[in-house]
Design a protein around this ligand. Structure first.
Ligand code: HEM
Length: 466
């Protein structure tokens, strides 16, 4: 097998060298058997020739080694990215060890480079220069430290943030729901509501000196939506080799950011360095968590809703972890949402070998849905699986929505899970306040998992019955 045969402490660079030489040994033995062909039965001869030929082809192209590699590995031939779907492989590729313990800190610049290359499209699209795009260990450390400091909130800051998010969500629902022209009920589009409110909340956390825009709430919502839409379209364009984005698109995105952040000079500091990793991940996971709790986990709806409403009133770590009579907590619901719908579905690396530079991806989504780890109900949203009684080391190690050491997300322990909880709580409160609601757009009920794409559920919303 490909990665499975590796010694435990190989670095990414060594993986392929080792694999390559292993294959070469097999190739030479296959070729030497070809020399004895006349002594074989004709059928055996044909078989041996085919066998030898196939190995000769493999020896021509090191890239083919990847295509032939065994193990649970899919491939994306179109983009020439090799996708790995097992935790063991993820550990080897992301931290250069098979036990998950990253040991070789001197290799950090190689690891940063392996990530910076696939992310260079983000520099072209957004002009960013952050932890995801740099190969310089000092720059990386400074950026991650800055992000960690910004995300480290005191209890009173959590309280103000929860209030702020609740106000943003309620205000936006009210504005989306009632047309300012005719006072009639309209549809509240969830993705729109979340993109606007998550962006505005994230700006308030990441830019404490961002200043107060001299704009009405409605104007701020509308500019926030413009920013969100532009980020999405530039993101999609950056992935395409055919579309080249117009430089004017980035300029107008910066102008919109500047209106929301009058206190900083966006020509000097690109706010997208911080906005991108936070905004893109958060709004998508909150949407999935909300759809599960509101529409799919019906049996537990009331109990889940009370957990969230208590957390919104008192957004402390104690209430976040507090288990109800079922043994379920807000934290368990968030973990289960992140397990089934990790917003970073895959992390990408370009690996340097002696002869090739393959693009590889770790498929976090598949690792999170593997029945071997998560059991036969791996594809079911079941927050109770996070209760202590069901926890074990294998499950804990296979939960990697925030990546892995050494490039693990600074929001993983506290900020990420807790702000998702606050958004879910605010949304559940605001949406259910309006009495009976009609769902508009995609059907989300049933056993099939929700879609996890950026554009899924873009039309989905609710309209209150009058
Ligand atoms: C649910 C929310 C989030 C998820 C699922 C998430 C996910 C991830 C993942 C998977 C990585 C590793 C990427 C890789 O290995 O290439 C990562 C790294 C990172 N994330 Fe997050 N993230 C979230 C929220 C945030 C927020 C709010 C920020 C704040 C700015 C942030 C900042 C970062 C940074 C700076 C890194 C790079 C860490 C390093 O290189 O050492 N993330 N995140």
């Amino acid at each position: 097998m490909y990665l499975e045969i590796l010694p435990e402490n190989l670095t990414c660079t060594q993986i392929h060298t080792h694999n390559h030489s292993t294959k070469n040994i097999i190739i030479s033995s296959a070729l030497s058997s070809k020399m004895h062909v006349p002594e074989f039965h004709p059928v055996t001869t044909i078989f041996v020739i085919l066998f030898a030929l196939s190995f000769s082809i493999i020896s021509i192209s090191p890239t083919l080694l990847f295509l032939c590699a065994k193990g649970r590995k899919a491939k994306d031939i179109k983009n020439k990215t090799f996708i790995y779907q097992s935790l063991k492989q993820a550990k080897v590729i992301l931290n250069g060890s098979s036990d998950g313990k990253f040991r070789r800190l001197e290799d950090i610049s190689t690891i940063l480079k392996s990530r910076a290359e696939p992310n260079s499209r983000l520099i072209r699209a957004f002009g960013i220069d952050n932890a995801f795009t740099t190969s310089d260990p000092q720059h990386h450390r400074d950026f991650v430290n800055r992000a960690s400091d910004l995300l480290n909130l005191s209890n009173s800051q959590w309280k103000s943030l929860a209030k702020h998010i609740d106000t943003l969500v309620k205000g936006n629902v009210e504005r989306q729901r009632v047309s300012s022209f005719d006072g009639h009920s309209r549809t509240v589009i969830f993705s729109q509501l979340l993109q606007i409110t998550v962006l505005r909340a994230v700006l308030s956390v990441l830019f404490p000196n961002g200043g107060t825009p001299q704009l009405s709430e409605e104007e701020q919502d509308s500019i926030a939506y413009e920013v969100a839409e532009k980020i999405t379209s530039l993101w999609i364009e950056s992935k395409s080799t055919e579309i080249t984005s117009n430089p004017r698109d980035l300029e107008s995105l910066m102008e919109a950011c500047q209106k929301l952040l009058p206190g900083i000079d966006t020509r000097v500091e690109n706010p997208l360095n911080l906005i991108l990793p936070a905004f893109e991940t958060l709004w998508r996971i909150v949407l999935r968590g909300f759809l599960e709790v509101q529409f799919r986990d019906k049996e537990n709806f009331s109990l889940n809703k009370s957990l969230f409403s208590e957390y919104l009133t008192s957004p402390t770590s104690t209430v976040f972890m507090r288990e109800d009579t079922r043994g379920v907590s807000v934290s368990h619901i968030i973990n289960e949402s992140l397990r089934l719908y990790p917003p970073t579905k895959r992390v990408y690396r370009k690996i340097q070998t002696e002869s090739t530079q393959p693009d590889v991806a770790i498929d976090i989504e598949q690792i999170h849905r593997d029945p071997e780890t998560w059991g036969s109900d791996a594809n079911i949203f079941r927050p109770s699986r996070w209760r202590k009684s069901e926890m074990n080391k294998t499950i804990a190690a296979a939960f990697i929505p925030f990546g892995m050491m050494p490039l693990i997300c600074p929001a993983r322990k506290i900020f990420g899970p807790r702000i998702i909880g606050i958004f879910l709580a605010a949304l559940l409160g605001a949406i259910n306040e309006f009495g009976e609601l009609d769902v508009v757009g995609a059907m989300v009920e049933g056993e099939v998992l929700l879609e996890n794409g950026r554009n899924s559920y873009g039309e989905m919303g609710m309209r209150s019955r009058k």
